[in-house]
Design a binder for this molecule. Structure first.
Ligand SMILES: [Zn+2]
Length: 289
């Protein structure tokens, strides 16, 4: 009898622990600490330049090579070795990795791969995969998304930061595998986004000297006034609403497309109308309506 009670108690604690774990993608909340986070480098001890780990897929090398010193330091000690591979929806491949991969944040990579660290609890996998399928769609149809961003959202993407942006912002930017890439043929796209030809949201490490992937925030560079804001412009909020990941249109779109409240803002309505006209999107990640 005591053994049965103990087993039930352990099972209960395990379920509570799993449900309590955060499953968000690239957001700025701190990770629940469990003592297994790789140690942060000391400020006077720069990260090694060698990043070609044995487990790296060749398709990831361009992204890895693009990391800044802060990006390398934030990822030092992480393990992205695949522990399980399975076929995902719509021709994708889902790779389960150790929890330290990208600090446990699900993401996509070249070759239609969806990476899900094993810290993501099973009940959260469906919504996580839906979000990542939006990123896969963006990778597959980047030109279409860029045109949508420009025409419907007044967002332009760039592979380089604007002249005038302070080096302190550029050096502190947190690289995101879901936003960094560009189109192979035209070179369009990229991690730098500009709204209304003026405001540039940038995800930055809060402590660039000891960066941690989950300890980041989004700042807004106002290129007209040459100032940095910690909040988005009022007009941006009126148009997009409260978005969990405002750092880049790819993330804004993935959040809105998989939200139950996606039609409560003008930006969301335009996105959902555009996606509804695309059978490839409806089949992949849109809620049945
Ligand atoms: Zn995302």
């Amino acid at each position: 009898m005591i053994q049965q009670i103990l087993i039930l108690a352990i099972l209960g604690l395990t379920i509570v622990h799993l449900l309590a774990q955060q499953t968000e993608e690239f957001r700025d909340q701190p990770e629940p600490s469990d003592g297994t986070e790789p140690p942060s480098p000391a400020a006077d001890h720069p990260a090694p330049a060698v990043v070609d780990e044995p487990e790296d897929d060749p398709r990831d090398l361009p992204w890895i090579a693009s990391w800044s010193a802060a990006d390398r330091a934030a990822r030092r000690g992480q393990n992205c070795l695949t522990t399980y591979t399975e076929a995902g929806p719509d021709g994708t491949t889902i790779l389960t990795t150790a929890k330290s991969c990208e600090a446990g944040m699900p993401h996509t990579r070249a070759g239609d791969r969806i990476i899900i660290p094993d810290s993501v609890p099973l009940p959260a996998r469906a919504t996580t995969i839906a979000h990542e399928l939006v990123h896969i769609h963006q990778r597959r149809h980047l030109g279409d998304w860029l045109r949508f961003y420009a025409r419907a959202w007044s967002f332009q993407l760039s592979s380089t930061p604007p002249s005038g942006m302070p080096a302190s912002i550029i050096g502190a930017r947190r690289s995101n595998p879901d936003t960094w890439y560009t189109a192979d043929d035209s070179g369009e796209g990229g991690p730098w986004a500009c709204w209304m030809g003026r405001w540039w949201p940038v995800p930055v490490y809060r402590d660039p000297a000891a960066p941690r992937l989950r300890d980041a925030t989004v700042v807004w560079w106002d290129s007209w006034r040459a100032t940095t804001m910690t909040e988005p412009p009022t007009s941006w909020v009126q148009f997009f609403g409260e978005v969990a990941q405002p750092e880049h249109p790819h993330e804004i779109a993935a959040c809105l497309a998989t939200s139950e409240d996606s039609r409560t803002t003008e930006a969301g309505r335009r996105l959902m109308d555009w996606l509804a006209a695309r059978p490839d999107a409806a089949a992949s990640f849109l809620h049945p309506r």
